[in-house]
Design a protein around this ligand. Structure first.
Ligand code: GDP
Ligand code: ZN
Length: 358
């Protein structure tokens, strides 16, 4: 254990809680500030801790989403084990979660940031601006239950703010620059009341620079997490940081490439499709070739940009494919599990089912 750290209030606890967690002498509540290959660094009123999940965690977890991630509030022991780590026993319910499809081949989910109040989608004006990419980030943000905000960074390079139009919808667009300082006060205002902002966007748009500009020198503070459990220390940059004027910012490698996990955020990212859809003849209209499609009619009237409908269809098709891939993966995983079980007590055989059905 190190020197005592920031209070839970400073770390954002009261944004979603009314009372402090229970006090006792052998456990505490802290916030996860680094996650790296299953090793954690926690920060809270009792100081900084290296941490690991307790052994039974793996048995209880349905999937990767049940494991702690950056931004989580966790309950943990105060006495370190022989490996100097404290043990995380529970993860508090999340007010929001940015979920992506984990890196790698298998279609499995990963929470890359939790308890985020504002997801700030960072992009830049100019040639690399991609409306289709912003739409994808918006789907991820809308699905997280945090409020989205779009920052168009590098305004110092000149040119007008791009016209995002129907892509942004009602989402506020802020011009920012870490060179001129434009827009930084706007971001600081979002942090009022010790709120948490997570920055998402492609590499190179300036997420780390924005975090540096907000946090100042503290960002140079490097976390040291024993990442592989074999005693080697890997240095990992702290992924959750305090902003001196209040609030917390999150910048994790997982927020750089957000591969979508589900379609929960799709309606929120396409409200302009949503206003017409209820007038389609079929309730489950996919706005492709169905008769009396109000969305297609809106495009034909010029009330909805055609590329928005194309983008929507593409995303919907992609997410449907993903769902099918996930189902197949889960079916195979179930079969493997059942085969691994001792005979006689796996899933009921047909005869057992028939008996219990009567
Ligand atoms: P990240 O990959 O999104 O974290 O992007 P970085 O913060 O590493 O920034 C990528 C590059 O853009 C670096 O060379 C930064 O110096 C530069 N950069 C970041 N913000 C700005 C800005 O507001 N204006 C200009 N001109 N360059 C910036
Ligand atoms: Zn339709």
């Amino acid at each position: 254990m190190t020197a005592r750290g920031p209070g839970l209030a400073r770390l954002g606890w009261f944004v979603h809680h009314d009372e402090l967690p229970p006090e006792n002498s052998d456990s505490a509540t802290s916030r996860v500030v680094v996650e790296h290959r299953g090793a954690y660094e926690l920060w809270g009123p009792h100081g900084r801790f290296e941490a690991a999940v307790e052994g039974s965690f793996r048995d209880r977890a349905a999937d990767g989403r049940d494991f702690p991630t950056v931004g989580d509030w966790v309950r943990h022991s105060l006495d370190p084990r022989h490996d100097r780590r404290v043990v995380i026993t529970t993860v508090e319910d999340r007010s929001s979660a940015v979920v992506r499809r984990a890196a790698g081949h298998a279609p499995v989910p990963q929470v890359v940031a939790a308890n985020v109040d504002v997801v700030c989608i960072v992009t830049t004006a100019g040639e690399d601006l991609s409306l289709r990419r912003i739409e994808r980030y918006l789907v991820a943000a809308m699905g997280s239950r945090a409020r989205p905000l779009i920052a168009v960074n590098k305004t110092d390079l000149g040119g007008p703010l791009p016209e995002l139009g129907s892509v942004a919808g009602d989402v506020e667009v802020v011009g920012t620059s870490t060179v001129s300082g434009e827009g930084l006060d706007r971001l600081r205002r979002e942090l009022a009341g010790d709120a948490t902002i997570a920055f998402i966007g492609s590499s190179g748009v300036g997420k780390s620079s924005l975090v540096n500009a907000l946090v100042g020198t503290e960002h140079l503070d490097i976390g040291a997490v024993r990442a592989d459990g074999r005693g080697r220390h890997t240095t990992v940059r702290r992924q959750l940081l305090l902003v001196p004027t209040g609030g917390v910012v999150i910048d994790t490698p997982g927020l750089r490439e957000v591969r979508l996990w589900d379609d929960e955020g799709l309606p929120g990212a396409f409200p302009d499709i949503g206003v017409h859809a209820p007038s389609c003849r079929f309730g489950d209209c996919s706005h492709q070739t169905e008769p009396d499609c109000a969305v297609v009619a809106a495009v034909e009237r010029g009330d909805l940009p055609a590329d928005r409908l194309v983008a929507y269809r593409e995303l919907r098709a992609e997410l449907a494919d993903l769902l099918a891939e996930r189902e197949q993966y889960e079916r195979l995983a179930r079969q493997r599990r059942d085969r691994g079980r001792p005979r006689g007590r796996a899933t009921p055989r047909r005869s057992d089912e028939e008996i219990s059905d009567r």
